[in-house]
Ligand binder design. Structure first.
Ligand code: FES
Length: 101
């Protein structure tokens, strides 16, 4: 639900198949990615739901500090610069539900 993901925060979710994803909100838009860093294929967060950097500007990998844009998932700093997080297509329904498309 949209209310579970406040502006400039992120929440992780486990899909029925066990896959780990996270959703974040920026300027009223929602973005979802697989929770896998393209550098070493590990999960991004160290603490629960801590997917953003200190300024809550970028998605940050806790292992080596790679920074990814919220909107596209492109790595703009760190060891995997130029690579992308795996983005998931989602849609927000009028009931406030966030659905994978
Ligand atoms: S594992 Fe994510 S930056 Fe190295």
């Amino acid at each position: 639900m949209t209310e579970d993901v406040p502006e400039r925060e992120a929440r992780s979710f486990e899909l029925p198949d066990g896959e780990n994803i996270f959703v974040t909100q920026r300027d009223g838009m929602f973005f979802a990615y697989k929770n896998i860093c393209p550098h070493l294929q590990v999960e991004l967060e160290f603490l629960e739901n801590q997917f953003l950097d200190q300024d809550q500007e970028y998605i940050e990998c806790s292992t080596h500090g790679a920074l990814f844009t919220v909107e596209t998932g492109e790595c703009v700093a760190g060891p995997c610069t130029g690579e992308f997080l795996q983005k998931l297509a989602i849609s927000v329904h009028s009931d406030g539900g966030i659905y994978l498309s």
